[in-house]
Design a protein around this ligand. Structure first.
Ligand code: ASP
Length: 597
């Protein structure tokens, strides 16, 4: 090694020791006679002093050093002169008196400060990601991610799982997104698809008798990039044979509980993880990935206002819609502007509008509410009893604001889910120290795709229907529930899985229901159906998004923060400038010609 110690590890115990350090110049202070350098490596920063009386040559070399120069220093660890200690720095009691030094490599002036935690435009950070990752805050995220993955590996290894790698060049394995395709040079006109997940491969490993598999697996999905979505992302992918749903849910609950307790002991968990049916989650939170850190549950008010004189409510219900609401505590004082903002949010989501109802002023009992105290366009069309009944159902008090939406059930849920999160963020209702993990179960197996006019899998086509619902596949597919479960945390879907179909006849039946012809089934999934005919064990599994988990653990709001080299919002890698053009020769080799658009 070019160094004997790391900068960050030095402390009082090392006083008197001769050390050799190597790292980057974090900061240089030239006090004329003495030059001070904060030398940084991965473990931290230590102060180095260049004194011409100790070494004239070293002092001369140090006067050439600038920020981010790579340097090597040898010298003695000494206590800092009394009064100059820096209690904020772990190495703040000592300094290194340089006797020897060399510049290993100079550096241009970096485009942003490495030594200060300042806001830098993201595209600049991504272009110079190698400099961005030098910043201690980013380095901590890399280390956190490493620890999470290591924890997972150790945990599963101790429970008899083996990690198996699966191919990246493979065939389409549907998870509901577009595939990334790779043209084949050997087979003109043919393409590999990058796996959207190792789903089929892990199922084949179960047929192969592996019984307990996991992988830290890269998945590729060509879909719009978002804060919590990247074209390529990492899953903890897991599959087990001879299991029931409980076995998988309990294993993952134990994994996450122990991981958080080990890696983020300061965070709270709700134990055991709450379990909600899909129907219940939709009813109470309007979404299948509810944030359970706060209440403000959605309540159906339709029965209260169905007969009211307020046409907006009455006609929505008459047209098969619903009237539902939530309560924003203490927000009766919201100004016109603030209410307009909420209205705009609602309209942006496609609803006609929001009915707001301010309940007087804070304090006092709802019993004393009069209709004059209610500020709302609907007030003059409603009776006091109707208003009170709504307020009570929403758990409101005087001084609260009711947010009510009337529309088709799906839209009502979507809008109120958004409003509920908006209210929680404005009022800071979510406990920042809480990870509210939960399981969502009992999803429908299929969903009707209006546009395409056919059934789609709610999860993916390999999910088994509930045994008692199998006969409904022929008659009322919409009523079939799948053996599918999702894990959510703080409003994010962290992962999902299912027990799988393991017989070829049921798998073929589900593919047919999804609109595939027999020929298409054989062409795309023949390998699975055949495998199931060679003694496939009952099996099931789950996959969990590592990027999202690390993002939550690090308190970030986008997974780009916890991926070493992420793509930007337009799916571009700014460091490499990928994607990029290729040469005519490359295209020709691949038997491709670009189309004129
Ligand atoms: N392959 C599924 C996914 O990526 C997870 C699973 O069913 O295990 O969502």
């Amino acid at each position: 090694m070019l160094k004997s110690h790391s900068c960050g590890e030095l402390n009082k115990k090392h006083i008197g020791a001769e050390v050799t350090l190597a790292g980057w110049v974090d900061r240089r202070r030239d006090h004329g006679r003495l030059i001070f350098i904060d030398l940084r490596d991965r473990e931290g920063v230590v102060q180095v002093v260049f004194n011409p009386e100790v070494s004239k040559l070293c002092h001369e070399i140090a006067s050439e050093m600038r920020n981010e120069y790579v340097v090597r220093v040898s010298g003695e660890v000494a206590p800092r002169p009394p009064g100059t200690e820096n209690p904020k720095l772990p190495t703040g009691d000592i300094e290194v008196i340089a006797r020897n030094t060399e510049i290993l490599n100079p550096s241009k002036t970096p485009p942003f400060y490495i030594n200060e935690d300042v806001e830098v435009e993201e595209s600049l950070r991504l272009k110079y990601r190698y400099l961005d990752l030098r910043r201690p805050r980013m380095k901590e995220k890399l280390i956190l991610r490493h620890r999470v993955v290591k924890f997972i590996r150790d945990f599963l290894d101790a429970r008899g799982f083996i990690e198996v790698e699966t191919p990246i060049l493979i065939k389409s394995t549907p998870e509901g997104a577009r595939d990334y395709l790779v043209p084949s040079r050997f087979h003109p006109g043919k393409f590999y698809a990058l796996p959207q997940s190792p789903q089929q491969l892990k199922q084949l490993l179960m047929v192969a008798g592996v019984e307990k598999y996991f992988q830290i697996a890269r998945c590729f999905r060509d879909e719009d990039t978002r804060a919590d979505r990247q074209p390529e992302f990492t899953q903890l992918d897991l599959e087990m044979s001879f299991v029931e749903e409980e076995d998988i849910l309990n294993l993952i609950e134990e994994l996450f509980t122990s991981m958080v307790e080990t890696i983020k002991p300061e965070m709270q968990l709700i134990k055991p993880f709450p379990r909600l049916s899909y129907a219940e989650a939709m009813e109470r939170y309007g979404t299948d990935k509810p944030d359970l850190r706060f209440g403000q549950e959605i309540r159906d008010l339709s029965d209260i206002v169905a007969q009211s004189d307020f046409a907006v409510f009455r006609s929505a219900i008459a047209n098969g819609g619903k009237v539902k609401g939530i309560c924003a505590p203490g927000c009766a004082t919201y100004t016109r502007n603030q209410l307009d903002e909420l209205n705009k949010l609602v309209q942006g989501l496609g609803a006609e509008g929001l009915v707001t109802m301010s309940l007087g002023t804070e304090g006092g009992s709802l019993n004393n509410l009069t209709i004059e105290m209610v500020r709302s366009v609907a007030a003059k069309f409603l009776t006091l009893d109707q208003v009170k009944a709504m307020a009570e159902r929403l758990g409101a008090n005087m001084g609260d604001l009711l947010l009510i939406v009337a529309a088709k059930p799906k839209l009502v849920n979507m809008v109120l889910d958004e409003l509920r999160r908006e209210v929680a963020s404005r009022l800071k209702l979510a406990d920042p120290n809480l990870f509210a993990f939960a399981y969502i179960e009992n999803f429908p197996l299929l969903r009707w795709d209006e546009e395409a006019g056919r059934w789609e899998s709610e999860h993916h086509p390999f999910t088994a229907p509930r045994d008692e619902d199998v006969s409904l596949l022929d008659t009322t597919p919409e009523k079939v529930r799948g053996k599918h479960y999702d894990m959510v945390c703080n409003g994010y879907e962290i992962g999902g899985g299912s027990l799988r179909i393991h017989t070829s006849h049921l798998q073929r039946k589900v593919f047919k229901l999804l609109g595939y012809s027999d020929e298409e089934i054989d062409d795309r999934f023949g390998h699975m159906l055949e495998a199931f005919d060679y003694g496939a064990p009952p099996h099931g599994g789950i996959a969990l998004g590592i990027d999202r988990i690390v993002m939550l653990l690090s308190g970030d709001e986008t997974i780009r923060e916890v991926i070493a080299f992420p793509k930007n919002q337009n799916a571009v890698d700014l460091t490499f400038n990928a994607p990029s053009s290729v040469t005519e020769e490359q295209l020709a080799e691949l038997h491709l010609r670009l189309r004129e658009e």
